[in-house]
Ligand binder design. Structure first.
Ligand SMILES: [Zn+2]
Length: 274
C-alpha cells in the first residue's frame, strides 16, 4: 500500500510540473498520411519538405512493402512505399506510425488476428527502419474498447479518423486529451475544400487545440481522382501547407508530428514499456 501511495505521488510530481501556459495555449497542427502509399512519398513529401513541415506516416507493416523501390514502369497509384523511402521520411523529421499489417476492420476480427495486427507492426517496423512506432492509427478509423485494450499495452496513442461533414473532426482539446481517442479529419477529393481546411486551421488556432489532418493518395492532377474519392491533388495539399506555414511563421501555430504533439501536450503520456 505504501508503495502504491508513493507511486501516486511520483506520478503527480511528474505530471503537474511540465505544463506551461504556452504549451497549453498555442495550437498544434499535425499532417498524417495513411496506408504507406507511394504517392505520399513521391508527391506529398516534396510539398511538405520544401516548407520544413514534418509529418506522421502511418504505414502498413505489410509483406507487400519491399526494402527498396521497384521499377517505375510497374508503379500504379496504389503502389506502396519501399522501406528505404520510409527511412528517407524519417531522416527528414517525419515520424513512423503503425497502421496494422493487412488493414482489416479491427472491431470485426478474431482475437488472434487482433493481436497480430496490433503487435506485429511494432517489431516489423523497428526491424525495417530502425525505429519502433509509438502511435497506432486504426484502419478505417474503426476502434472500440476491445481494440483499445490491446493498443494501450503497446502504443502511447491511437489515431482514429473522422470523415468530412462532422464538424468536430480533427479538433482535439489539449487539456482534456485522451491520447487513445485522437480524432483526425480525413481530407478527401470533394470535401472539405483546401480553403475550408485553411478555415478549420484558423479555427483550431482560435480554440487553441491540436488539429490533426489525415491524407491518403496524393495525385498530380485533380482530375486523376475520378475513381478515388479519398485522393487529393498536389495543389490541394500545397494550399493547405501554405496557409499552415503562414500561421506557423507568424508564431500562431506549431506544426508537429503526432509524437511531438503528444510530448508537447502531455509529456507524462510516454510509450508503454512493454
Ligand atoms: Zn488506412
Amino acid at each position: 500500500m505504501r508503495f502504491a501511495f508513493a507511486r501516486v505521488l511520483a506520478v503527480l510530481a511528474c505530471c503537474v510540473a511540465p505544463w506551461s501556459a504556452k504549451a497549453a495555449d498555442q495550437a498544434i497542427l499535425t499532417f498524417s498520411f495513411d496506408d504507406s502509399l507511394l504517392s505520399q512519398y513521391r508527391l506529398g513529401f516534396p510539398v511538405l519538405k520544401s516548407r520544413s513541415i514534418p509529418a506522421t506516416a502511418c504505414v502498413l507493416a505489410s509483406p507487400e512493402m519491399s526494402d527498396t523501390p521497384g521499377p517505375r514502369a510497374l508503379e500504379t497509384k496504389w503502389s506502396l512505399m519501399a522501406w528505404s523511402q520510409v527511412k528517407e521520411l524519417l531522416a527528414a523529421g517525419w515520424e513512423v506510425c503503425a497502421h496494422s499489417v493487412t488493414h482489416p476492420n479491427l472491431t470485426q476480427v478474431s482475437e488472434r488476428q487482433l493481436f497480430a495486427e496490433i503487435v506485429r507492426p511494432k517489431s516489423i517496423i523497428q526491424q525495417k527502419v530502425g525505429v519502433a512506432p509509438t502511435v497506432f492509427a486504426s484502419p478505417g478509423g474503426a476502434f472500440n474498447e476491445r481494440t483499445l485494450d490491446v493498443i494501450r499495452a503497446l502504443y502511447r496513442a491511437q489515431l482514429g479518423v473522422w470523415w468530412p461533414g462532422l464538424e468536430i473532426a480533427g479538433f482535439n482539446g489539449m487539456k482534456s486529451l485522451d491520447p487513445y481517442r485522437v480524432t483526425r479529419l480525413g481530407v478527401t477529393r470533394d470535401e472539405p475544400t483546401p480553403e475550408r481546411v485553411c478555415k478549420y486551421i484558423d479555427e483550431a488556432i482560435a480554440r487553441g487545440v491540436w488539429y490533426v489532418l489525415e491524407f491518403h493518395n496524393i495525385l498530380e492532377h485533380p482530375n486523376q481522382a475520378q475513381d478515388d474519392e479519398n485522393a487529393v491533388s498536389v495543389s490541394a495539399l500545397e494550399t493547405i501547407a501554405q496557409c499552415a506555414v503562414a500561421a506557423r511563421d507568424a508564431g500562431r501555430l506549431r506544426i508537429l508530428t503526432a509524437g511531438e504533439a503528444l510530448d508537447a501536450i502531455a509529456p507524462h503520456h510516454g510509450a508503454p514499456t512493454r
